[in-house]
Design a protein around this ligand. Structure first.
Ligand code: ADP
Ligand code: MG
Length: 325
């Protein structure tokens, strides 16, 4: 399939007939402004060998591509609308893989209510490179920012921390001593993160600041602290941990070191947020009613930087998470 056959056969059906996409037959898409809402825009790129394994199934890669962007919209309290897609296929990438990729996009577009609005299709001598620009709506001025945490706020995280990083190790054959069922659960979390869209109204109602966790809890919590000009205390013993990660943790020689590894591993796509401490109980109830667990793991402090504690004792942190160079 050449470029134009791919647009016609793979991508045009994914517009779901959205008028904004103009059937992918124009130079651009056009979106009418929506009174009472702000357009929230985010972009994430995935590179084979960096963000996914080169032999991962193409449909799962497509779904991860949408989900990592959806995770950003979730953290901002924004409702998914549509996206623009840039695909650079490695030369000779088989048509069957391209069809599977489009099928993965379709599956998650239906699940999350997204339409394809435009994009670009190229080939590359390098590894497969994918990028999505995702658009969502948030009520005017209600997007949840990183920069608005306040001293004394509680720090909370959704779901469980560390599964993404353990899942990557397992997929690379570098994780030993856990059952095949737990290994499968962790790898699934790495290949197919769950964007916490159920939290959107909860974040808009209660959170003072929020970010999604792509580079590791400490790194992304640190971003909230920096943007707010404040510091964060993180209590490693309060990290929410999945049953699979708990079996791994139980087999580690040093608990504080192992918990630090979970808190600095990437690919969780959970949400880290801050909220006034007197609203935390109500917020946690609202989150649980929305189907997402929220756990308090620390608080916002005046002294900039990260204060990481285990059983009340400071833990030295040499790297907070994954960083591209
Ligand atoms: P240009 O010459 O401006 O690069 P193209 O010929 O690449 O335009 O694209 C034609 C149309 O197809 C445009 O509407 C573009 O948005 C759409 N398109 C191309 N590739 C993709 C893709 N991967 N996903 C969605 N839309 C695409
Ligand atoms: Mg083009």
């Amino acid at each position: 399939m050449d470029e134009f056959e791919q647009i016609a056969r793979l991508f045009r059906p994914l517009t779901f007939g959205a008028p904004e996409a103009l059937d992918l037959a124009d130079d651009a898409a056009v979106i009418a402004s929506r009174p009472g809402f702000d357009l929230v825009i985010t972009k994430d790129a995935l590179v084979a060998g960096v963000h996914f394994l080169a032999d991962d199934p193409a449909d799962l890669v497509a779904r991860k591509l949408l989900r990592v962007n959806l995770s950003d919209l979730a953290a901002k309290g924004a409702e998914p609308f549509g996206y623009l897609l840039a695909v650079a296929w490695p030369s000779g990438f088989p048509d069957a893989g391209r069809v599977a990729f489009a099928a993965g996009l379709e599956q998650d577009q239906r699940r999350f209510g997204l339409k394809l609005l435009g994009g670009d299709t190229v080939s590359t001598p390098g590894p497969m490179t994918l990028s999505v620009t995702m658009l969502g709506w948030a009520p005017t001025s209600a997007m949840v920012r990183r920069s608005t945490a306040r001293v004394g706020d509680a720090l909370l995280v959704s779901g469980a921390i560390g599964d993404g990083g353990l899942g990557l190790l397992s997929a690379q054959g570098a994780l030993s001593g856990i059952s095949p069922e737990h290994a499968a659960a962790l790898e699934r979390r790495y290949r197919l993160p769950e964007p916490r869209l159920g939290l959107r109204p909860v974040l808009r109602a209660f959170a003072s600041a929020a970010a999604d966790i792509s580079d590791g809890l400490l790194a992304d919590a640190g971003h909230i602290g920096e943007a707010s000009g404040l510091g964060l205390q993180v209590d490693l013993d309060r990290l929410p941990i999945s049953p699979a990660a708990a079996t791994w943790l139980g087999a580690q020689p040093e608990e504080a070191v192992a918990r630090l590894a979970l808190a600095t591993a990437g690919d969780d796509y959970e949400i880290v947020c801050t909220a006034p401490s007197d609203r935390v109980a109500t917020m946690m109830q609202a989150a649980s009613a929305a189907g997402v667990a929220l756990s308090p793991v620390g608080r916002v402090i005046e002294q900039p930087g990260l204060l990481v504690l285990h059983d009340g004792e400071p833990v030295e942190v040499s790297r907070t998470g994954w960083r591209h160079r």
